[in-house]
Design a protein around this ligand. Structure first.
Ligand SMILES: Cc1cc2nc3c(=O)[nH]c(=O)nc-3n(C[C@H](O)[C@H](O)[C@H](O)COP(=O)(O)OP(=O)(O)OC[C@H]3O[C@@H](n4cnc5c(N)ncnc54)[C@H](O)[C@@H]3O)c2cc1C
Length: 46
């Protein structure tokens, strides 16, 4: 679902480890920023 980001145990294929959950949380913020930038670009083109 666009705009919904998951990290840790709830993620599909999660390995159920604390270190993975923390790392995925850190990485997911990058995806959030990319998504928001994409939304801003789409709005400015409209
Ligand atoms: C018994 C046991 C032993 C484990 N031992 C290890 C180990 O030795 N080493 C290891 O690396 N991993 C271990 N794990 C796995 C590790 O605990 C998890 O992979 C890790 O905690 C996942 O983190 P998370 O943030 O994704 O989820 P969680 O730590 O489960 O955090 C999810 C949070 O969301 C909250 N929440 C749920 N629903 C809602 C809601 N509707 N609204 C608001 N908040 C909500 C919960 O209360 C919880 O605080 C173990 C797990 C268990 C159960």
């Amino acid at each position: 679902m666009p705009g919904v980001f998951a990290a840790g145990d709830v993620r599909l294929g999660s390995v159920k480890r604390v270190a993975s959950a923390v790392g995925e949380g850190g990485i997911s913020i990058r995806s959030v920023h990319q998504y928001l930038a994409h939304l801003r670009e789409s709005k400015s083109e409209a």
